[in-house]
Design a binder for this molecule. Structure first.
Ligand code: SDX
Length: 430
């Protein structure tokens, strides 16, 4: 860390404080403001935490201006091209790519923990068939703590590691059960002879009446999407997981809270919203009207799948997914007019001064739904897919948080704008 400091002075009271400037291995210098309240009597204000580093992390690095995304130093383009989701999950958790035996052991660990307690089916049965699967996921994942209370000592690294493996292993099983509930099909159990995404597709789409062969194209496409969605620094849902984890809450409660945060249309819910938007636009001839609506401050409509808090350049994941759309649809022999519509929408938006001046580009959610749709995954399950993949990042960040020397309970302050102190008035005086 550097020995540089920045001086902050309040001339009104003739006070100054020298603030340490912290340097990471990459990224901008960061002012450590922890002394400001005590030595200067001020808070700092940063709604949305756009300028605030909430933690130190060595997992994922994003350069928003350059459109760079690294998982433990490896460029997302190389991992997308050459790795697998399970290998990436190992990398995010452990910091290094596994050798053959480490990968095999990790795969076996995940496979060993894919089952869920039979009584979880009664929770899922308790939902209406048309319940949104993200609502079912929030409660299903949160309920896992009820089954593993013998390994919830968060000070025990073995318990933490076991919880991380259980989360990665069981998310697809819970997700598939939610999907089967929504279509009234019997639940399907994990087949341990299949790999991670083959197993998920089999649990979702196999029917008891006849054998079901998972399409290798579909499994590979899903594995690519899971690699791209696995982690993304301190986004809203990961920050939620960390904040809940900072209280010492168990990992199932932390991940359940992260799922709730991801559900929002401004975050992971955008992939579902993009498909609904494309269907609403319907035809290229309507694109102009929707672009104008997106620019109209009086219209709450936003171009879903566009813009990003950090990327002020093309989201590298969107680049990869856009190419994969063509490959997957060609390999599956599908043509989808929504892909042509999305490409046209992107082209028109990126020629429009409003989007160019605000550096609004397609993000990870803009094209992903096209592939999910080609895999016969219903729109309501798109964000569930995102949650399955992001679980690898959530548990990695949660594990890292528990061994950080800076770890303390998250507790932001505020600028109070309410009424000043006053005395209570009895009823007859009001
Ligand atoms: C994800 O953080 C992560 O890393 C998230 C994520 C991950 O992997 O975890 O990358 C995944 O959540 C991607 C984002 C998915 N969300 C969407 O696609 C929803 C549509 N996008 C927007 O709602 C918005 O761009 C956000 C939420 C993504 C970012 O919001 P910011 O950073 O708060 O940006 P902003 O609202 O301050 O926008 C700056 C300007 C504003 O206009 P002005 O006030 O300057 O005139 O750009 C405008 C905004 O109105 N703007 C948009 C827009 N996004 C921003 N205008 C129209 N359409 C949009 N999509």
């Amino acid at each position: 860390m550097s020995s540089k400091t920045l001086k902050l002075t309040d001339p009104a009271v003739g006070k100054s404080v020298d603030l340490p400037v912290l340097e990471g291995t990459m990224g901008p210098p960061t002012v450590d403001i922890r002394k400001v309240p005590k030595e200067l009597g001020h808070f700092t204000y940063d709604p949305g935490f756009a300028a605030t580093a909430a933690c130190k992390s060595s997992i994922t690095y994003i350069d928003g201006d350059q459109g760079v995304l690294l998982y433990r130093g490896y460029p997302i383009e190389q991992l997308a091209e050459r790795s697998s989701f399970i290998e990436v999950a190992y990398l995010l958790i452990n910091g290094e790519l596994p050798n053959g035996s480490q990968l095999g052991e990790f795969q076996n660990e995940i496979t060993y923990h894919t089952m869920i307690h039979e009584s979880m089916k009664s929770f899922i049965e308790g939902f209406n068939y048309d319940a949104h699967p993200m609502a079912m996921m929030v409660s299903g994942v949160g309920s896992l703590a009820a089954f593993y209370h013998d390994s919830l000592d968060m000070n025990n690294p073995e318990h933490r590691q076991l919880a991380a493996v259980r989360m990665i292993a069981k998310m697809p099983t819970i997700a598939a059960a939610c999907y089967r509930r929504s279509i009234g099909w019997p639940y399907s159990y994990p087949k341990n002879s299949l790999n991670y995404t083959e197993r998920l597709l089999h649990m979702m789409f196999s029917v008891p009446a006849e054998p079901y062969e998972v399409s290798p194209v579909a499994a590979k496409a899903l594995d690519l999407l899971f690699i791209l969605h696995a982690d993304h620094e301190q986004n809203a849902s990961t920050s939620t997981v960390r904040l809940v984890g900072s209280t010492g809450a168990n990992p199932y409660a932390s991940i359940s809270a992260g799922i709730g945060a991801l559900w929002g249309p401004a975050h992971g819910g955008a992939n579902e919203a993009v498909l609904r938007m494309l269907n609403e636009i319907g035809d290229v001839s309507n694109v102009g009207k929707f672009i104008e609506r997106a620019k109209d401050k009086n219209d709450p409509f936003r171009l879903m799948g566009f813009g990003h808090r950090v990327y002020k350049n093309y989201d590298p994941r969107a680049q990869i997914i856009r190419k994969a759309c063509h490959d997957v649809l060609n390999e599956l022999g599908i043509s989808d007019p929504l892909l042509d519509l999305a490409m046209k929408l992107e082209q028109i938006a990126l020629e429009d001064e409003y989007f160019v001046s605000r550096k609004l580009y397609p993000n990870v959610d803009f094209y992903s739904g096209i592939i999910y749709k080609a895999l016969q995954i219903p729109t309501s399950m798109f964000t569930v897919m995102f949650a399955i993949a992001r679980t690898a990042g959530w548990v990695s960040q949660w594990l890292e948080q528990h061994v950080s020397e800076d770890a303390r309970i998250g507790r932001p302050r505020q600028i109070y704008t309410g009424v000043t102190e006053r005395d209570y008035q009895s009823l007859d005086q009001r």
